[in-house]
Design a protein. Sequence first.
Length: 135
Amino acid sequence: MHVPLLLAGPGLQARDIDREVALVDLAPTMLSAVGVPMVPEMQGRDLGPLLRGEDVPSRPVYLGTWYTELGTGEKMVHPIGAIEGGAKVVMDLRSRALAFFDLSSDPKEDHNLLAGHPDERFLGLSAALVGWYGL
């Protein structure tokens, strides 16, 4: 998913950032910009270095769709996923089915690479996904 985000401020130059970032990164970024430290419980990270053109270590960005089941009122999350370095793992929580996509060559996610032989990116990203959600 690509969502444009525009930020402006002193010392920032126009640039495209071709990295995975998450909405949870915005609060730490804004706090840092005004000199307020992050609280340890915050999940995001300061994007300031990326905005200044510096390199930062890659890390997975997690996604999930929360909804309430009609009729029962049960809160559900379905599906969940993780993206890092152009690779994406998605898990259907009902069936526990996994899918793996290389977004650089398959941006529309038409070809699930699990039908072939998944590479080490799948193993690392699926382990990170399971760990993040505590499955």
